[in-house]
Design a protein around this ligand. Sequence first.
Ligand code: SF4
Length: 310
Amino acid sequence: MNKNFLVQEILRLKKEKNAVILAHYYQDEDIQEIADFIGDSLELAKKAQNTNADIIVFAGVHFMAETAKILNPNKKVVLPDWNAGCSLADGCPPEDFRLFKEQHPDHIVVTYINCSAQIKAMSDLVCTSANAKKIIESIPAEQKIIFAPDENLGKYLEKETKRELVLWKGSCVVHEAFSLDKLIEIYSNNPTAKIAAHPESEDHILKAAHYIGSTSGIINFIKTDPAAVFIVATEAGILHELTKAVPDKTLIPAPTTEDNSCACSECAYMKMNTLEKLYLCLKNERPEMLITEELRTEALKPIRRMLELS
Ligand code: SF4
């Protein structure tokens, strides 16, 4: 379908149906351009909580739309592609996690927001990469903690908070794909550059970074730091917003181990969403995120605690 037609129709339907489009920074440029709000997981969760729209079109991955539904039981939440999953969420099956939890009965459970509603319902607190340190530090020092599902983020938090965490061994396929050797090579050619990395990245990448933070944290760092060149170790979709925010700075996506067409790391799940699928889901109001009230109320408790603490 023609892009102009899709844009016009999305704008028309959005008004007609009182819908809001929330998009993650990792979405395609076309989707970011038409979104009412672009953000990272924490910003989008807050936005979803406060919207007056009747329909939330969630241009992100499945667990994000699910979180929006948990926060908004009376609103219709639709997503462009039902199969837009996440290796972290998919790598933490509820039954396996239940057994893992049973092996550590005296631990409380902190889960990264990148997990299913079933996992959230088994958690005491949810966090995002933007508030994870604060959430862990809000827990009394003597209390033992399970952290799931991202092992890399968990290891980073252990260092930052100087606490031992029992870690679930999950990972983000996108942030695990960065090549340290290629990163060093690019840095050698740009010695004044600053490296900004997301804490889902592996430890050797984080050790090389000048700044470690969430997607919104990385954006703020690059906006405010005086350096002229930045090597960015997170999903390449962030560069769209950044290029507009800092047109005078040079942004280099961190390279991946595998050679690919973009010489960067892209989330195949996030990129399943297209402008055409967004149009169709707004027009047909499906696929719709539905969740049982029992599961929703259980999953809501740790999300509420997070939102109160952040
Ligand atoms: S970038 Fe990683 S954590 Fe984010 S949705 Fe994709 S697979 Fe999941």
